[in-house]
Write a protein that binds this ligand. Structure first.
Ligand code: SF4
Ligand code: SF4
Length: 222
């Protein structure tokens, strides 16, 4: 899932300072699951914003709505009347959802309420960890399903650096060394011989360095 965190109320208050009537839009998918931008958070942040503005002597009128997904026009088109009723939109979606609204509703400012952080998993109760950078050329088969591109602080592809220990990465003592995890995993599945193969320099062309990427699957277009 895409993992995000809410911006502090003080920052949101600055972002919407120019408006007295605003639409708060939650997203019912990834950011709901990571407790950042679903219906519940929209409710909490609306309440906090109303309080903050009332205390500042400048009350704000907030309309709240949460849709299934903000990254699909199919869902966001129904927001049009609510957007029209308000001066601006505060989106509780990931960065993709915020931009989808901004590109659709050209006559209203659309602001981001969240800091979008990474593609990851729910590791434990309210603990999310990053697992994928979306490099566009997945190498997980080579590494037993553990991604050194994401999980090694130096993105090393041919074994650990000199600072690695069995427990942790030299960059962060709370983070396991990705290469220890890869070693244990390959040992467990009987594929340690993969570590004897030299991995050539990664081809980064399918990654993000050339700007925003696009996928067109002709076979699914009608
Ligand atoms: S190799 Fe690339 S696509 Fe595969 S998990 Fe790592 S970052 Fe994601
Ligand atoms: S200690 Fe391990 S995870 Fe950390 S930078 Fe070195 S090889 Fe990568």
């Amino acid at each position: 899932m895409i993992v995000a965190s809410p911006k502090p109320v003080t920052e949101l208050k600055e972002i919407v300072a120019a408006h007295d009537k605003i639409l708060f839009v939650g997203c019912g998918t990834c950011v709901t699951v990571c407790l950042a931008g679903g219906e519940r958070e929209v409710g909490i942040y609306s309440y906090a914003m109303r309080m903050a503005r009332r205390l500042a002597g400048r009350p704000i009128d907030i309309e709240q709505v949460t849709i299934e997904r903000q990254c699909e026009n199919e869902f966001i088109k129904d927001l049009a009347p609510a957007v029209e009723r308000n001066q601006a939109v505060l989106s509780f979606a990931c960065g993709a959802g915020v931009q989808a609204l901004a590109e659709r509703f050209l006559n209203r400012p659309v602001y981001a309420a969240l800091n979008t952080q990474f593609l990851g998993i729910l590791e434990d109760q309210a603990v999310w960890t990053e697992k994928c950078l979306g490099c566009g050329d997945c190498m997980l088969a080579q590494f037993g399903g553990i991604c050194p591109v994401t999980r090694c602080a130096k993105r090393l592809l041919n074994g650990p650096c000199g600072g690695s220990t069995e427990e942790c990465c030299e960059i962060d003592k709370d983070r396991p060394c990705a290469w220890q995890v890869i070693y244990k995993r390959l040992k467990g599945i009987g594929q340690l011989d993969r570590l004897e193969q030299i991995v050539p320099p990664k081809d980064w062309r399918p990654a993000w360095h050339g700007g925003a990427r696009k996928i067109i699957r002709q076979e699914h277009r009608v």
